[in-house]
Each structure stands twice: as C-alpha cells, then as structure tokens.
Design a protein around this ligand. Structure first.
Ligand code: AGP
Length: 592
C-alpha cells in the first residue's frame, strides 16, 4: 500500500506535491520521493524514511510538473535505490506506483535478454522499462501496450522528458482520483482525494483498465482499447485544515479521547424514540436470512462483535470471515455480505467484495471515508462519521464500527429498541478518567514480551482487538484467545514471564472466565483483569484489576476496548515506540 500524487498547474509543483504526500503518508512511510521535469530533463529526489527525511535533502528547483510517492515496501528492501520514483534505463521516464505487478519476474527476465540492466529489486522498475520499450512517440499508446503484458493490480503515474506538459496515469483495482479546478488551470492526481487539501475540484475516479492523460486543467480518459471515455466527475472540497494533534502527544491518544464524541456521532439521527433508521438503507436490507461480515484486522474484530449482536437482537444466523479468506468460502445465495473498512481502500476487503458481487450477493458497506473505493462498489454504505483517523493504530473507528453494528442489529430486529447505546459515551468517559491508573499498570507490564489476552462471547473479539493494539504499536507478541481454548495447548506457554490479560466483562460467562483465571493463576502467570465493578471477587485472584462500569454484555465491548487501547498506548510509550507510525505498517493496506 503506497501513496501516489501528481501535479501540473499554476502553483509550485514541488510544494504542492510535498503537501499532498503529507496527507498520503498514512499509506506507507518506508521511503518517499518526488520527480519532475527541469529544462527538459527528469529530476528526481528520494530517500528512505518519512517525508521529513526527504525534505531535509530536497535539491529539486523549478519543476514544471511533479509526481510524488510514499512507499510501503512490497518488492525490494527499504533502501534509497528501491524508493520511488523509478526510471527506465534511458532516464526518459519517471514513474510512481501503488500495487503489485504479479508477473514482474518473467517481464524482468525478458527485458534483461533485450539488454535492460536493472538497478533495483522492485517490480516498479520493470513496469517503467516495459513502458519505455513500448514507447514509439505516443505515451498513452505505450502505456496501453505495456499493460496488455502486465498481471496484477496497480495505480501509477508517470512523466516523460519528451512530454513536458502531461502526466499519464493508469489504474487496475487500486484507487486513483484526478481533480481539475473550475478555471482549468491545474490538475491533481492522488491515491486518495482527501489529499487535495485546500482545493475545490471536479474529481473523477479511474476505474480498472482506464488510462488518463492529465494536462494542465484537462484530463482525457481512455479504455484499454484506447477508446475515449466521458467520465462523470464529483465536486469535492477537500477542506483546508490538515488533521492536528490538538495538544495531544500522539494522534492515537487524541483519537482515543475523541471516542465519547465519535460514538455519539455514529448514532446521532439514527436512533430516535426507540426507532433505528439509516439514511442510506432501504427496507430491502431489513430481512436477510443470514449475514456474513467480511473485513481485515480491527474491522474484522468489529465484524465478529457484529455477528454476536445480530444473533442476539435479531436471531439471524451470522458469522464473520477474514476478507482474504472469505473469497474462497461458499455461502448460501441469500446471505447478506457486510464489508467493514475504515479506509474503504483495503485490497483484501475490496477483492472479497468484488468476488461476492460477481457471485450475485448483495453487499452492504460500513466505512469511514466518503469517496473511497468501497463506497463505490457496494450496494449501500453506512458511514461511521468518525472524522479522519490518522493514527495507523485504529481506535475511534473501531468503537464507531461497533456503534453502527449495534444499531444495525437493532434495525434488523424490526422492534422498538432500548436506547441504552446512549449510555456509552459516559461509560467511555469513566474509563478515560482512569487513564493515570491504567498508565501505572501499563508501566508494570511493559517489560514483558509475550502476552495472552483472554475473553469469552463478546469479550473474545474484544480481547483480540486489544491484543492487536498492543502488538502493532509496541511490537510485543500479544495474542487474543478464546478463554475456553487456552487449556487446549496454549497454556503450555504460561510461566511467571508470560502475563495474561483477562477480559471479564461478560455476565453470561462470568463463572467460566473466573475458572480460566484460576487455571492461569495455577501456572504462576501474572494476571491483569479488566472487570466490571460487579465482579468484585476477581480482585482476590488476580494481580491487578482495571475496573469498568457495569453494563450489558452487548455494550461491554466499548469500555473494555477503551481500557485496552489505553493499556497498549501506555505500554508502547513506556517502551519508546513510534506510536502513530509503527514500523512495517501503513494505515491503509492497498495490496493483497
Ligand atoms: C488496525 O489497528 C490496523 N491498523 C489494521 O488491522 C486495520 O484495521 C486493517 O488493515 C483494516 O483496515 P480498514 O478498516 O481500513 O479496512
């Protein structure tokens, strides 16, 4: 998953590109780079690390056109030479790419026999040289010819020294948006239209197989047969303010503290006088015979909670599938697919959605980003309204997802519903007030390198989510398990250096989780329990307790999750980790 950006217009192409890359850094920050044209020659500057490292060494002046890139490494180590943009051997083309060229090795072999000598380990350099080989004067034609040989999914943009007034872009299953201003004096390309900061543009979205010739204030789009296409545009005002930390040390902490308000925004206007309604959902979605939630990572954990909620509130058989596995499963034809994705750009989820659509399933999206690819490929979409989530580690999006799923389960019940969801913001506030105590406990546990997180029923996906938080920002081997499963093998790992975090806020399974905690204690593992105030007795068994407000089993994931988020945050802080941009990760995983 990488970010690509391009600019041709009246503003300074270099500065505009840098601003755009700042908004795209969430898509990967292993390396960054910019290329453009200066006096008819390609000029490139690229560096490993974050955008700040590139800025520190920038020497590009007077660019008349520019393309930029933020990289999350797929092929080739994180080195300066593997950073994008990449050039062909004649240095006529510079290209930035998001995606994977699946048959790059055979193409590389073929080009090598034709005398091409490669400098890098990347698939992108192969693509660049393939296009150069196909070039006989018409750049769009060269791209079209090259793409007939390419397998994989991609979005790329390139400049050519003999075509100083145009950027060529193409996409196949990866996002690429192109905006033009009303005055037709500038054109901007981006992996994410929300990077068009400070601009009001007419935006088009390249569909798979399309090629665009982008000139100053003008875009021509062609299909894979080079037939000209008339593309619909959407008016987009991307706003001016880049997200700020608002005084918090990290975006993650800011977004944790936003949750009382973002949960409220997720149910506002949708839960009135015992009635649930969604602005984008027609009655046809009210009576599925069964539901399969598909998603990745944190969103998959939300889907797992969604399945329990739908079964509890509407008695509709439901389950969740990891998106990268879902596409290989057989589901009854009348299954409603619910695809959950904060970014709306996760390649695994999009691939599963496309597969399910091709098989005729109806697909409902739950997403946080308007104009994202998922919102254009589902039959309907419910938005989280959580605002931009900047930290790679998802927090407010998760609690907004389970808010929407709680409402969706009530919507499916078709009955008048209780409004106890409206107690959640106050419950989260109570947990946030315990932050100093949670930090104290986190410091004590920050020296351990292995954890089990345990839970039953609603606490099972909740503990999975909490384990993922700790894993991804503190690089600790933390794994969530169904508490009942521990004794079937994993318990062999327990010893005084292997703590267990027990998520106990599930009344229906309280006795069983207490037994599991006893089994853990018998192996002398340190135990931290996250428990409702009603489970006072747990304090006699475990080493530490984070007390949570009493609530129903279905609402318990909220407070438990926020406590888990804070625990992970403070452990990572204690361990001196890069909390908002953890190593090897990116906010939106746009490769499979
Ligand atoms: C969450 O903290 C992770 N960054 C990751 O698991 C994420 O949830 C996953 O990649 C799915 O992203 P999406 O919701 O944007 O599809």
């Amino acid at each position: 998953m990488c970010g690509i950006f391009g600019y041709i217009g009246e503003d300074d192409p270099l500065q505009t590109c840098l601003l755009g890359l700042e908004q795209l850094e969430y898509r990967g920050y292993d390396s960054t780079g910019i290329a453009g044209l200066v006096d008819g020659q390609i000029a490139i500057c690229k560096e490993v690390g974050k955008l700040s490292q590139l800025k520190a060494k920038l020497t590009l002046q007077r660019l008349t056109i520019a393309i930029g890139h933020t990289r999350w490494a797929t092929h080739g180590k994180v080195t300066p030479v593997n950073a994008h943009p990449h050039q062909d051997v004649q240095e006529a083309i510079a290209l930035v790419h998001n995606g994977i060229i699946e048959n790059y090795e055979e193409l590389k072999e073929e080009l090598h026999t034709q005398g091409v000598r490669f400098q890098t380990e990347t698939d992108t350099e192969v693509l660049t040289n393939l296009i150069a080989k196909c070039y006989t004067g018409d750049l769009v034609q060269a791209v079209q010819k090259a793409l007939l040989r390419v397998r994989g999914h991609f979005a790329f943009a390139l400049v050519h020294k003999h075509h100083p007034q145009e950027i060529i872009a193409a996409a196949r299953e990866c996002p690429l948006s192109i905006g033009v201003n009303d005055a037709h004096t500038e054109s901007i390309i981006s992996s994410d239209p929300n990077a068009f900061l400070g601009k009001t543009l007419n935006v088009l979205f390249l569909r798979s197989g399309e090629i665009a010739k982008v000139e100053k204030g003008k875009v021509s789009v062609f299909d894979s047969q080079l037939r000209s296409l008339a593309k619909k545009t959407e008016r987009l005002d991307a706003g001016t303010a880049a997200p700020s930390k608002e005084g918090f040390e990290h975006f993650m902490l800011k977004e944790i503290y936003e949750q009382p308000s973002t949960v409220q925004k997720a149910y506002l206007g949708r839960l009135e006088e015992g009635e649930v309604q969604f602005e984008s959902l027609s009655e046809e979605f009210r009576t599925p015979s069964q539901i399969c939630f598909i998603a990745c990572g944190t969103s998959a954990h939300a889907g797992a909670i969604g399945a329990l909620l739908v079964e509890d509130f509407a008695a509709i058989p439901s389950h969740y599938e990891i998106a990268s596995e879902a596409r290989y499963r057989i589901l009854p034809q009348n299954t409603l697919i619910v695809a959950i994705s904060q970014s709306g750009e996760t390649a695994d989820t999009l691939a599963a959605v496309r597969e399910m659509k091709a098989r005729g399933y109806k697909v409902l999206g739950i997403c946080n980003v308007k104009n994202s690819t998922l919102t254009r490929e589902t039959d309907a979409c419910i938005f989280l309204k959580a605002g931009p989530e900047v930290s790679v580690c998802s927090t407010k999006a998760f609690t907004s997802q389970i808010t929407v799923l709680y409402l969706f389960a009530q919507f499916l019940s078709g009955k008048r519903v209780s409004e106890d969801l409206k107690n959640v913001p106050a419950q989260i506030e109570k947990v946030l007030e315990c932050a100093p105590r949670i930090q104290q406990i986190a410091k004590k546990y920050s020296r351990f390198n292995n954890f089990f997180f345990l839970g039953r029923r609603y606490m099972f996906p909740t503990c999975m989510e909490a384990a993922l938080k700790l894993k991804e920002i503190s690089y600790v081997n933390a794994n969530g398990y169904a508490a009942g499963e521990l004794k079937h093998g994993p318990i062999a790992l327990l010893d005084p250096h292997f703590p267990v975090i027990a998520f106990c806020a599930n009344h229906q399974t309280e006795e069983k989780i207490v037994s599991n905690v006893q089994e853990v204690k018998a192996r002398s593992a340190p135990i931290l329990a996250l428990a409702p105030e009603s489970l006072k007795g747990i304090a006699k068994i475990v080493d530490d307790v984070i007390w949570l407000p009493n609530t129903s089993d279905a609402l318990a994931p909220f407070a438990s999750t926020v406590a888990g988020q804070l625990f992970a945050y403070f452990v990572a802080k204690e361990r001196g980790c890069d909390i908002d941009q953890p190593r090897n990760l990116a906010k939106s995983v746009t490769v499979e």
